[in-house]
Design a protein around this ligand. Structure first.
Ligand SMILES: Cc1ncc(COP(=O)(O)O)c(C=O)c1O
Length: 464
């Protein structure tokens, strides 16, 4: 073949042999050097390019090692058959355009929390304190279950506020309910058959990817008697504040549900207590887990509503028998929440800031909740409120000839974000009366009446 003419930069920081190796490799890949062709001898190429023979030797050696060329003793070097060469194609993939986030004038998203009253000053103090050389041991991996300091604070909080007696050793910390659920599912085994509330939180069906059994909800929460007629052995419930209908699981049903679980060894209840901190009338509803005498409840909760969704801290309280299984199965695992973040939160809780923050936020959310309900009272002839007095959203039933999805689209066309009850349904039957969720977490209290008026105008609903 012709002599190889490559432009090599003698003053470059890249060694000459590497430049030569890259140039030949590129020529082989782009088939500028035909397959099977013989490369010039080391001596000839060195002479031609005015470089040392050692440079050529190093470049050929690298090409040989990577399989771009082969050598026949006393004959020379040959370009390998391309088929056996890992071709690096410079593909011109269609660039993915960044996802456009719609700009809402008002958002009734039920997952949004207040963004104006976060205690930045206190949080910053704990963050500043922990990022110090005195915490250098936090640079290495910590306990897979999460930092003991944080688990201790959580156990204390659960005892004080949720009526749950548990040991820090039963707690596993992870970066969200959705990140902890796969762990619970693995602990329960491949044969577990899940029942979920319908409508309900979609995490289980999305993560599980197998058929789940939907169980209807009424004013008293999950219809436990229906559960008993299914093949399910695990049920996912939100007893304190059913998501999304807001129903509270009645005491009678709680007892029934625990009885159902006790009837068979492989039965479990997963209790999701996601926003139980916020109740605006009466006493807080205690957790189902606190009533469980037989280690049948796997309790899961999160700081998403009580602090912020972006914190990514949630936790599970495992019954003792599952703690041992967890330790065996997940002994390779690392906690998904950074240790520093866990200590910031633990210290924040330890010094009473979390309890103070919850009290403050309860008042703020209660006000927003009340203003929202008052604003809706101007439309009572066509709008009925339910699922109120807790959490960060309420529901409205509408006298309207349009479907839920049509109403949602109308609101969106007016730059209002809203969700329909059917967005959370696992079955397709239509609601007789269109029902929508109104989240108020991050709405400005002063703006709520105007947001409601605009929403009603979008639906052509006039004031009473
Ligand atoms: C029922 C329910 N559980 C849990 C969560 C929280 O999930 P995560 O801890 O992954 O933020 C949500 C989300 O807002 C929810 O609606």
């Amino acid at each position: 073949m012709d002599m190889l003419l490559f432009e090599l930069q003698k003053n470059s920081a890249t060694p000459l042999y590497e430049q030569l190796y890259e140039s030949i490799k590129e020529a082989i890949i782009s088939t500028k050097i035909p397959l099977g062709s013989k490369l010039p001898s080391k001596r000839k190429l060195a002479q031609f390019l005015s470089i040392s023979q050692t440079t050529v030797e190093l470049a050929y050696g690298q090409l040989l090692a990577e399989g771009y060329i082969s050598t026949k003793p006393r004959v020379g070097f040959f370009v390998e058959d391309l088929e056996s060469i890992p071709l690096v194609e410079t593909s011109v993939a269609t660039p993915l355009s960044p996802q456009q986030q719609p700009q809402w004038r008002y958002s009734f998203h039920p997952g949004k929390v207040d963004s104006t009253h976060f205690p930045f000053t206190a949080w910053r103090k704990y963050a500043k304190d922990i990022f110090d050389v005195s915490s250098k041991e936090l640079l290495s991996l910590g306990d897979a279950q999460g930092e003991l300091a944080l688990r201790t604070e959580i156990a204390h909080y659960l005892y004080q506020s949720r009526g749950i007696t548990c040991d820090a050793a039963q707690i596993v910390i992870g970066s969200g309910t959705e990140q902890l659920l796969p762990i619970i599912m693995r602990l329960l085994g491949d044969d577990a058959r899940f029942a979920v509330e319908n409508p309900g939180y979609s995490a289980i069906p999305r993560i599980h990817m197998k058929q789940v059994i939907p169980i209807a909800i009424d004013d008293d929460g999950l219809r436990v008697e229906e559960l008993a007629n299914t093949a399910a052995n695990v049920v996912y419930v939100t007893p304190s504040h059913q998501f999304p209908t807001g129903a509270v699981l009645s005491m009678k049903r709680r007892a029934k549900l625990l009885k159902w679980a006790n009837a068979q060894a492989e039965r479990y209840i997963i209790e999701d207590d996601y926003d139980s901190e916020f109740r605006y009338i009466g006493k807080p509803i205690s957790a189902l887990c606190g009533l469980d005498q037989n280690n049948k409840v796997i309790y899961i909760s999160t700081f998403t509503k009580s602090l912020m969704p972006s914190l990514r801290v949630a936790y599970v309280v495992l019954p003792p028998q599952l703690v041992l299984a967890y330790r065996n199965m997940f002994n390779y695992y690392s906690c998904t929440v950074p240790r520093f973040d866990q200590h910031i939160l633990a210290n924040f809780m330890h010094d009473g800031h979390f309890a103070r923050h919850l009290n403050r936020m309860r008042t703020i959310y209660r006000k927003k909740h009340d203003v929202l309900i008052e604003s809706l009272q101007r439309y009572t002839s066509r709008v009925t409120v339910f699922g109120e007095h807790a959490g960060m959203h309420i529901l409205i039933r509408l006298q309207h000839d349009k479907s839920e999805q049509q109403l949602k689209a109308l609101a969106q066309a007016h730059a209002i974000e809203i969700f329909a009850l059917s967005d959370y349904a696992f079955t397709t039957e239509q609601q007789k009366t269109p029902t929508l969720l109104l989240g108020f977490g991050d709405l400005d209290e002063q703006a709520i009446p105007q947001a409601v008026d605009m929403l009603m105008a979008a639906w052509s609903i006039k004031k009473d």
